[in-house]
Design a protein around this ligand. Structure first.
Ligand code: ADP
Ligand code: MG
Length: 402
């Protein structure tokens, strides 16, 4: 056996304690932070997320010889080991955290059925999979996509499916939409699959074209500070689905397939046709699409110091038009801006989670102190502050333990 890094050694021991054998390999996928482009993905618009230096790692091995068609999943996050016959994998059969990895197994098995037939699906071997993630849960950093993508790359290699990164992102989204029941777009999985060091993923959610956009943070000595308010959110039941419905209503009312078809020039027409609330929801999405395109253009022509005003404007739009911010997020953004951040905004689906601030590296200690002080003064829960590095996406080939 080759020598393992300390993390893989820990994971191998965790795997063995739960599944009774050594894992065959290790695969990983990161969480993500969305630089700009919020609630635009399911409106066929633009997003600009980046993969971060916090990852879900999975260890996987073939099923035990006495139960060859079993899917078995575990996580350091839970004491529970969930097992199910591969043939019984179905959205209705899945619940709680295991719906993420088993939902991915189900979506891949469905893909095999659709492309190679039910015989091929029946021939898929069982597996045991263990998850170890340092992506914080519910902080808006997409711990869910990290797990989905790590499970997807692991099973893609174990089942020899040969799917490409963008296809695996789609598998992760299908798992999240249908097995978990959260109506989220493809942004999180795309960032997790396609990220590069010091770059963001510019994704057109209509054409599905993805492009790597260098951020140039290192060269300018900039950092992205995340302020996790620790106000929790729940996309499956919260206002997320409601916002999505408003966007669909606005598009239908305007006779277009999605809000992507409309531009800022159309806003006066929308205002005449839509009720005030639906109009403001649509205005957020339409103006946000434009801000993402402008951000990409500015990154390419002038670099990261030029994008601050767009980040700030994005926050105002989410706070006032889309109404998905909370007082803790607004405070984090305000304090960051007052403390000299280049730009700041809430990030992620909203109703809690994190804000990000683009800052000069030497500013960080003073800014962190100011945020903590402001939260204490308001009697809010102590936020969690950390820097994220734009990082590489999922490992397509596992580190095999042979
Ligand atoms: P996030 O913004 O972090 O993606 P979600 O609500 O979308 O928040 O996903 C969080 C859920 O993902 C958790 O409630 C849990 O079910 C699952 N999850 C996250 N991390 C792990 C983990 N390490 N092991 C098992 N399940 C996890
Ligand atoms: Mg999520």
């Amino acid at each position: 056996m080759t020598e393992l890094s300390p993390l893989f050694e820990t994971l191998a021991a965790e795997f063995e304690a739960r599944h009774g054998s050594r894992p065959a390999g290790f695969w990983s996928a990161p969480g993500r932070v969305n630089l700009i482009g919020e609630h635009t993905d399911y409106n066929e618009g633009f997003v600009l997320p980046f993969a971060i230096d916090r990852r879900a790692v999975v260890a996987l091995a073939g099923a035990a010889p006495d139960a060859p068609a079993l899917a078995r999943v575990s996580s350091t996050f839970s004491d529970q080991i969930v097992e199910l016959a591969l043939a019984d994998l179905a959205p209705d059969a899945l619940a709680d955290w295991s719906a993420y990895p088993l939902g991915v197994a189900w979506a891949l098995a469905e893909h095999v059925s659709a492309t190679s037939g039910t015989e091929a699906r029946r021939a898929l071997p069982g597996f045991a999979l263990h998850i170890h993630s340092d992506v914080p849960i519910g902080a808006g950093l997409s711990s869910s996509a990290a797990i989905e993508c790590a499970a997807a790359v692991a099973l893609n290699e174990f089942w020899q499916l040969g799917l490409a990164p963008a296809e695996l992102a789609r598998i992760g989204q299908i798992a999240e939409n249908q097995a978990v029941g959260a109506p989220t777009g493809i942004m999180d999985q795309s960032a997790s699959m396609l990220g590069h060091t010091d770059a963001a993923v510019f994704l057109d959610c209509r054409s599905m074209n993805a492009e790597s956009v260098p951020l140039g943070l290192y060269a300018e000595d900039l950092e992205i500070l995340v302020i996790d308010t620790r106000v929790s959110h729940d996309h499956a039941t919260g206002g997320y689905a409601e916002r999505r419905a408003s966007c669909e209503r606005a598009a239908a009312e305007m006779g277009v397939k999605s809000l992507r078809e409309l531009s800022v020039a159309d806003l006066p027409r929308l205002q005449q046709r839509l009720d005030d609330e639906t109009f403001r929801r649509a205005r957020h999405v339409i103006s946000e699409n434009e801000r993402v395109e402008q951000t990409v253009r500015l990154l390419e022509t002038e670099g990261p110091l030029a994008i601050g005003a767009l980040l700030d404007a994005s926050h105002v739009s989410m706070r006032d038009d889309f109404e998905i911010s909370v007082p803790e997020l607004d405070l984090a953004v305000e304090v960051a801006q007052e403390g000299g951040a280049i730009g700041a905004r809430m990030t992620g689906g909203g109703f809690g989670g994190s804000a990000l601030a683009l800052i000069r590296r030497p500013q960080r200690p003073a800014l962190e102190a100011a945020v903590l002080e402001a939260f204490t003064a308001r009697g809010y829960r102590r936020p969690d502050l950390f820097v994220v590095q734009p990082s590489a996406g999922a490992t397509m080939k596992g580190h095999l333990d042979d």
